[in-house]
Write a protein that binds this ligand. Structure first.
Ligand code: SAM
Length: 295
C-alpha cells in the first residue's frame, strides 16, 4: 500500500492507494507532526471524519475512531483463550495501544514490546498519550530494535502470548511475514502459547492472507483467522491470524473468567462484548474457499 499527504486548493488531504486501483482520500484538519526516521516517514494528523491518525509512509496505521476495535481484538481474544497467561511479547505496536489492552489483565506480569522505530514511540507519547502512556507502566519493557532479530535470539518457551502488531509487509516489516519468523514465535511460546499476527484483508491482499494462513497451518495445532471492522483500513476490515500450540480451547470453557473480565472493564471497552466474543471466529463462505485454495 502507498499513500501521501497532498495540498490542494488550500486544503490538506491524505490519499492512500490500496489495492492498486482504489484510492481513499481523507480531508485533514491539520498536520501536527512530520519526521523521516531511518525506517519510514512518520506523520500525525487530525482528520475531519475519523479523528487523529498515525500515518506511516502515507498509510494510516492507527486512528482514534477505530483503534479500540483493533487493539481490543488483537489482545483479548488470545489472552482470554490462554489458561494461564503470564508473559506477553508484542512485536511492532510502538503506539502503545496493544500494551494498553494487555495491562487490563492482572495475570500478565511482564510485557516485552519490540518496536523498530523509536520515532513512532516518541511521537505517540506526545500525540496519543491515551495509548502510549501505557509504555511507561512498570510491567512493560520496551526494546527499540528489529523484531526479527529479537525473536531469533530470544529464549524458548517464555511467552504465553505473542502478538505481531506490525505495519504492512513492505520495508522494515517484510521479515515479520515469513515462515522462519512465525517458527521463532512458536518456539518462544509456552505449552499453551498463542500467536496472533496482523494479516491484512481478503479484499485488498487475498494472497497475503492466504500465505499467512498456509504458513501458520504448517506450524500450529489450530489456526483461526478472525475479522475486525476497521473503517480506516482499506476495504473496511482487517484479519488477524491466530495459531495455538494446543488444540483450540473455547472461549466458553472458562465462561466465568470471560464474564468477569468483561464486567470489570465494561466502561473502558469500546468494541468488545459478549456477543462479539461469541461470534469472533465466524468466517464467510468466500473466505473459507480462499483459504482452502478454491478461489
Ligand atoms: N495498528 C496497525 C495497523 O493498522 O496496521 C499497526 C500499528 S503499529 C504502529 C506497526 C509498527 O510496526 C510500526 O510502528 C512499525 O515501526 C513497526 N515495525 C515494522 N517493522 C518492524 C520490525 N521489523 N520490528 C519491529 N517493529 C516493526
Amino acid at each position: 500500500m502507498q499513500g501521501a499527504i497532498k495540498y490542494e486548493g488550500g486544503s490538506i488531504y491524505l490519499e492512500e492507494v490500496g489495492p492498486e486501483h482504489t484510492t481513499v482520500r481523507y480531508k485533514l484538519k491539520e498536520l501536527l507532526y512530520s519526521k523521516r526516521s531511518p525506517y519510514q516517514l512518520v506523520e500525525i494528523a487530525d482528520s475531519y471524519d475519523y479523528g487523529r491518525m498515525l500515518i506511516l509512509d502515507g498509510c494510516v496505521n492507527v486512528c482514534e475512531c477505530d483503534e479500540a476495535n483493533y487493539h481490543e481484538m488483537i489482545v483479548h481474544i488470545p489472552v482470554l483463550l490462554h489458561p494461564g497467561p503470564v508473559n506477553a511479547l508484542v512485536i511492532g505496536g510502538g503506539d502503545g495501544g496493544t500494551v494498553r489492552e494487555l495491562l487490563k489483565h492482572d495475570r500478565i506480569r511482564r510485557i516485552d514490546l519490540v518496536e523498530i522505530d523509536a520515532e513512532v514511540i516518541d511521537s505517540c507519547k506526545r500525540y496519543f498519550p491515551s495509548l502510549a502512556s501505557s509504555l511507561d507502566d512498570p510491567r512493560v519493557h520496551v526494546y527499540t530494535e528489529d523484531g526479527v532479530a529479537f525473536v531469533h535470539k530470544a529464549q524458548s518457551s517464555q511467552y504465553s502470548i505473542v502478538i505481531v502488531d506490525s505495519s504492512d509487509p513492505v520495508g522494515p516489516a517484510e521479515g515479520l511475514f515469513t515462515l522462519e519468523f512465525y517458527q521463532s514465535c512458536h518456539r518462544l511460546s509456552d505449552d499453551y502459547g498463542i500467536v496472533v499476527a496482523q494479516s491484512e484483508s481478503p479484499y485488498v491482499y487475498p494472497e497475503i492472507l492466504k500465505q499467512i494462513h498456509t504458513l501458520f497451518c504448517r506450524i500450529f495445532s489450530t489456526v483461526l483467522p478472525y475479522r475486525i471492522p476497521m473503517p480506516t483500513y482499506p476495504s473496511g476490515q482487517i484479519y488477524m491470524m491466530m495459531g495455538t500450540k494446543q488444540e483450540v480451547l473455547s472461549l466458553t470453557n472458562d465462561a466465568s473468567r470471560v464474564r468477569e473480565f468483561l464486567l470489570r472493564n465494561d466502561s473502558s471497552l469500546r468494541y468488545l462484548n459478549e456477543q462479539i466474543l461469541n461470534s469472533a471466529f465466524a468466517i464467510s463462505g468466500d473466505l473459507k474457499r480462499l483459504l482452502v485454495g478454491e478461489i
